[in-house]
Design a protein around this ligand. Structure first.
Ligand code: PMP
Length: 354
């Protein structure tokens, strides 16, 4: 840290992304990426002409991309925002709507607290229930920036649409942001509520269900006034936030949406099989509606299981802490990767009980 950095920023604890190690080849089950690459038409969309055209700025309005999203989701283009990963919409939302404070769960996506700190926002941290579920009534009447990941991470649990609607209804003076990064794996989207509530922003990403984490493409649905707020921040920070190639890739991906939704189903099927096999080994798992499972066993400490998997070439995500320390979050990979993961877990469990 240099002596030139402002005092407020000095104190900030930055977000720590999941490891992307280079020391050896791992089965990477730690950052909720998709095991399946994008389809051929996405690869073909990034052709040499498009690469040559990198000399030019992309369309700052991302019109074609918004039109493609509008077609898929049946919502007017004026109600769509696109961003450099969904992290950017989250960033902009804390910047735009955090002045009255922000409410979010004690165990949720770690970036929310970083954004709150970055903008000096007072936080109301709401504990999840003992079973990691959300009690919707804890969020009633906050009337500040309410942020809920639904399904939540790392618990994987989802809240039904009726509960989301109650929360939105009970916060007429505050923006309710529903982060739906994982919704395509079995959640229930709040998109259908956007027309009815002026205080609802629904945030999505191409990083998980659409296999494009590296492209950095996020989007959000909200009424046109909210979208114009976000556009204002975008044009005040980085007008070309979604680069040319990512716009092309995103448009191509939406032309082949069935490919991705079929992959989601495949991941859901694998997830259910993994949960079944882990339970047979004595693990407990939450009822995940995401592309990861959140598991614990009385027979092995969370940190030990993490370490033993790592030594055997499997990387998962461990969150130390009083409530999460007994658990590991394991991304659902391909069928083959998960067979290896289960086989290695069986070996580990034999070893620890020997
Ligand atoms: N929300 C949640 C709940 C997440 O887990 C993630 C992934 N780390 C994100 C948002 C951000 O995803 P991205 O910026 O890749 O769209």
């Amino acid at each position: 840290m240099s002596r030139f950095l402002g005092d407020r920023l000095k104190a900030i604890e930055a977000y720590v992304p999941g490891e992307q190690p280079r020391d050896r080849k791992y089965i990477k089950l730690n950052t909720n990426e998709s095991p399946y690459g994008p389809p051929d038409n996405v690869v073909e969309a990034i052709n040499s002409q498009e690469i040559y055209d990198l000399r030019l700025y992309g369309d700052p309005e991302c019109r074609e991309l918004k039109d493609a999203l509008s077609r898929i989701y049946g919502i007017d283009r004026s109600k769509i925002f696109v961003s450099n990963g969904s992290d950017e919409v989250l960033n902009f939302s804390f910047m735009a709507y955090g002045h009255k404070g922000a409410s979010f769960a004690d165990i949720t996506y770690g970036f929310y607290s970083v954004f709150a700190e970055l903008y000096g926002i007072d936080t109301d941290i709401i504990p999840l229930k003992e079973d990691f579920s959300i009690d919707p009534s804890d969020y009633y009447g906050k009337n500040n920036l309410v942020v809920i990941a639904n399904p939540n991470a790392p618990s994987g649990l989802f809240m039904p649409l009726s509960s989301v609607e109650e929360i939105v209804k009970s916060n007429p003076e505050g923006l309710v942001l529903i982060d739906e990064a994982y919704v395509d794996f079995g959640g229930e989207s709040a998109l259908s509520l956007v027309d009815d509530y002026e205080n609802l922003l629904v945030v999505r990403t191409f990083s998980k269900s659409r296999s494009m984490a590296g492209a950095r493409l996020g989007f959000a649905f909200g009424n046109a006034a909210l979208i114009s707020d976000l556009e204002k921040i975008k044009y005040s920070t980085n007008p070309y936030n979604v680069n040319r190639l990512t716009q092309r890739a995103g448009i191509a991906a939406l032309e082949n949406d069935k490919y991705f939704m079929d992959n989601c189903q495949r991941i859901i099927n694998t997830r259910e099989l993994v949960i079944k096999r882990l339970k047979a080994l004595g693990f407990e798992a939450t009822d995940s509606r995401t592309n990861f499972v959140f598991v614990t066993s009385e027979r092995i400490e969370g940190s030990v299981y993490y370490k033993m998997l790592r030594e055997r070439g499997i990387l998962v995500r461990y969150f130390p802490g009083e409530r999460t320390g007994a658990y590991n979050r394991i991304t659902i990979g391909s069928e083959e990767e998960m067979n290896t993961f289960i086989r290695i877990t069986e070996e580990i469990m034999e070893e620890v009980s020997a």
